[in-house]
Design a binder for this molecule. Structure first.
Ligand SMILES: O=C(O)CC[C@@H](O)C(=O)O
Ligand SMILES: [Zn+2]
Length: 463
């Protein structure tokens, strides 16, 4: 905890009432969606302007106070958790869309603009912001950039990184930098914008971002296909990708589906029980595309890769099919899951999946294992559910012992121990499985340049 007199000086930097220290605010703003680390911030500060953010960072430098950036706090790696008396900097009051440029198709957002707010704004302009995920209703653009958020349309549109035209940041040294200025072409040396994307607030804070928009997809149509086993999913992807440009290719297991259906608010896709399901989406822009999709469906049935399937016939049915996939994470959060977010290149998915599945089957004989994720991107979400009777600490400790086997396999396949959720605190001890000692040394050197006093989100990414 920091000195109470320091909190008083912090109050002088922002509008009255914009520093909170009451227990419920500390609890709420001190954590994200992870449940491993008890929140313990000293205060929450709510700047309204870039100048206020800069003043807070300079104050933190002067007094050696650690800062934690806070957006929608929907992260899954504890990158936005303040567990050690830090001051949380919330962007809740920097939530305005400032400008729209129709020629460049860019939207200037303050860091606290909620993802859905940007998606809706794009729609009003007849355009589309394509980065999408279940937490779009609360996640903020600044946080999406800090984690380089991915989601369900990466196969077609890429990660948040692809949509950042320009950034304004306050570095850990308290300087304001304007990065890339929305240029499409800018060959003037290092692209510092890219460094701040996925940096989890460890170099500085994103205060404004210019985000690119895209044309609206036409007549999005989804298919849910039941497969006889895990191995059948990738040939289905390959078959469809040979003829159709997919906007999504997701998968989930029967266990994931059962949890979602048990909620009672989503209809099943079809009656046949299958161990695994693929959800794919495409633009049914012409009759020919729809026909090709149906032919591919039949072909996959003939090959024995698909047991049953359905294609959405209306916007409502499209939404319902998506709910089967999008509701999984929130639904299973009831079981305090231990999460893995791992990836390999597409070609390696079948062999990798088989090996990981065997490891977890062997290592977690008594735990319920839920598979789902963005398999079309090579990204698997492996969730281990906590048995109700087992204390949280015991459960997480048991799961951590299995990391060695899972991460050694990830390393063997040249994969990533965190595909899209970031490193934060949950994966910092395992960074070496995905990044070499030399790379980590360079990353730390870069941090020292932007954040010489080490006050920006310390303890995240690096142990
Ligand atoms: O809860 C998870 O493991 C994944 C959350 C999110 O990335 C998703 O794809 O639904
Ligand atoms: Zn995901």
């Amino acid at each position: 905890m920091i000195d109470p007199s320091l909190i008083e000086s912090l109050k002088s930097l922002v509008e009255p009432g914009k520093v909170l220290t009451d227990a419920s605010s500390l609890e709420a703003y001190g954590k994200d969606w992870t449940k491993q680390f008890p929140p313990a911030p000293s205060a929450i500060v709510f700047p309204k302007t870039i100048e206020e953010v800069q003043a807070i960072v300079r104050w933190a430098n002067a007094h050696q106070v650690a800062l934690v950036p806070s957006g929608g706090r929907t992260g899954l790696s504890a990158a936005a958790v303040a567990a050690n008396g830090e001051v949380v900097v919330s962007f809740d009051y920097m939530n305005r869309i400032l400008d729209f440029n129709e020629f460049d198709r860019t939207v200037l957002c303050q860091a606290g603009v909620v993802t859905e707010q940007l998606q809706n704004f794009a729609e009003e302009k007849g355009l589309y912001y394509p980065v999408d995920f279940a937490s779009a209703g609360s996640s903020q653009i600044g946080g999406n950039i800090g984690t380089n958020a991915g989601g369900i349309k990466v196969i077609r549109y890429g990660m948040t990184r692809n949509w950042v035209a320009g950034l304004k940041v306050v570095t850990g040294a308290g300087e304001i930098l304007e990065l890339n200025k929305d240029l499409v072409k800018n060959a003037t040396g290092y692209d510092l914008r890219q460094l701040f994307i996925g940096a989890e607030g460890t170099l500085g804070f994103v205060v404004e971002a210019s985000m690119r928009l895209e044309r609206t997809p036409k007549n999005l149509t989804a298919m849910v296909l039941g497969t006889p086993d895990l191995e059948a999913i990738m040939p289905v992807l390959h078959a469809f990708q040979g003829r159709i440009d997919l906007t999504a290719f997701e998968f989930f297991s029967d266990k994931a589906l059962a949890k979602v259906l048990a909620r009672g608010d989503v209809p099943p896709a079809f009656e046949t029980d299958c161990p695994y399901y693929a959800l794919l989406e495409f633009e049914a822009s012409s009759e020919a595309v729809t026909e090709a999709a149906l032919e591919l469906f039949e072909y996959c049935m003939e090959q024995g890769w698909v047991l049953d399937g359905v294609m959405s016939q209306s916007e409502q049915q499209l939404q319902n099919l998506w709910k089967l996939r999008e509701y999984i994470s929130e639904t299973i959060s009831h079981w305090t899951p231990y999460k893995n977010d791992i990836s390999v290149t597409i070609a390696k998915v079948p062999a990798f999946l088989k090996e990981i599945d065997a490891i977890v089957g062997e290592q977690y004989p008594d735990f319920e294992i839920v598979w789902f994720g963005h398999i079309g991107d090579g990204n698997l979400h492996l969730n281990i559910l906590k048995p109700d009777a087992m204390p949280k600490e015991e459960f997480f400790a048991k799961c951590a012992t299995v990391n060695k086997w899972v991460f050694e396999t990830v390393q063997k396949y040249n994969g990533s121990i965190s595909a899209e959720h970031g490193v934060g605190m949950t994966k910092r001890d395992y960074l070496g499985y995905s990044r070499s000692a030399e790379e980590i040394a360079v990353m730390k050197a870069i941090k020292a340049v932007f954040d010489p006093k080490g006050i920006m989100n310390p303890g995240k990414i690096f142990a």
